[in-house]
Ligand binder design. Structure first.
Ligand SMILES: Nc1ncnc2c1ncn2[C@@H]1O[C@H](COP(=O)(O)OP(=O)(O)OP(=O)(O)O)[C@@H](O)[C@H]1O
Ligand SMILES: [Mg+2]
Length: 270
């Protein structure tokens, strides 16, 4: 098949391949997109945690974005780990030059094992300066709590926090509910016109490394292919759900999900 859309991913590298830029590339590819990348940081990590993080110089991140996008114009941009104010400033300046409507920001703050991926000044800067440039932001519960400055214990709290983020300038907010207890997972989509709750059975699995990166990249791909925000979220959540459900069991900690859930191999390549 020919790629259906071109996606530029701005994110950190996860050496274990389950999250970060690796999860993003796999997701975009598995859903028929063409993935390009600007690496913001290199992490040495595996399913048990993060060993070390090396930040890429902000100017070099901007070089990757602009040199790539000036040659192959992206239909959508997915943004993950941005660790400092200077990096965010550089990325915003690039976004203004590229002028792509579909900018999806996953405001990554903490890795599954607890490692901090962004400094405190950058969180404030992200909230005040970056959110308004995105078409969609996809915080998980702890990230939504930080950005909205409230505790989230129920789906109703998720809706309220989402409306706070809309008032702070976000266009669309999808709060991911993987961190709430209960037998169902609810992801809440909010914009000025509507509130939509996507409800799915919680899959009992320790292998959920990279679910957040995966769902936001899947939604980015669907938006780049022309789907509406509602449909893109519905299909993106369905994809991550199946990827969690197909249960590969790699590594000793929180293992990866199966990004190949949507792929079948042609007979001639078997
Ligand atoms: N156990 C589960 N069963 C079904 N769906 C899940 C489960 N855990 C997470 N999801 C789905 O995965 C997506 C990501 O949600 P989650 O809240 O885990 O994001 P996240 O915390 O950003 O993930 P990450 O730890 O990768 O950063 C959401 O669409 C959520 O509904
Ligand atoms: Mg996340």
């Amino acid at each position: 098949m020919k790629p259906r859309a071109k996606i530029l991913i701005i994110a950190g590298s996860d050496s274990s391949g389950g999250a970060g830029i690796q999860a993003d590339i796999k997701t975009v590819s598995a859903l028929g997109g063409y993935a390009m990348t600007a690496v913001t940081a290199i992490t040495a990590q595996n399913t048990t945690g993060v060993k070390s993080i090396v930040a890429i110089p902000p100017k070099e991140i901007a070089n990757q974005i602009m040199f790539t996008a000036n040659d192959i114009k992206p239909d959508a941009i997915k943004i993950g780990m941005l660790h400092s104010v200077e990096v965010i400033k550089q990325v915003i300046s690039c976004l203004k030059k590229i002028k792509t409507k579909h900018i999806i920001l996953d405001p990554v703050m903490v890795a599954k094992g607890g490692a901090k991926l962004i400094n405190n000044k950058a969180i404030q800067f992200l909230e005040k300066q970056m959110i308004k440039h995105a078409y969609l932001i996809t915080p998980n519960i702890p990230e939504a709590e930080v950005l909205s400055n409230m505790k989230i214990n129920t789906p109703e709290d998720m809706i309220y926090a989402g409306s706070i983020l809309i008032n702070k300038g976000a266009t669309n907010v999808l709060i991911k509910g993987g961190h709430l207890k209960g037998s169902f997972v609810r992801d809440v989509l909010i914009n000025k016109k509507e509130i939509k709750v996507f409800k799915n059975k919680k899959i009992n699995s320790k292998n959920t490394h990279g679910t957040g990166c995966t769902v936001s990249s899947a939604i980015t791909t669907y938006l780049a292919c022309g789907k509406t925000i509602n449909k893109a979220c519905e299909l993106g959540i369905k994809y991550v759900n199946q990827a969690i459900g197909s249960k590969i069991n790699y590594g000793k900690g929180h293992g990866p999900i199966n990004h190949l859930t949507s792929v079948s191999i042609n007979k001639e390549f078997k």
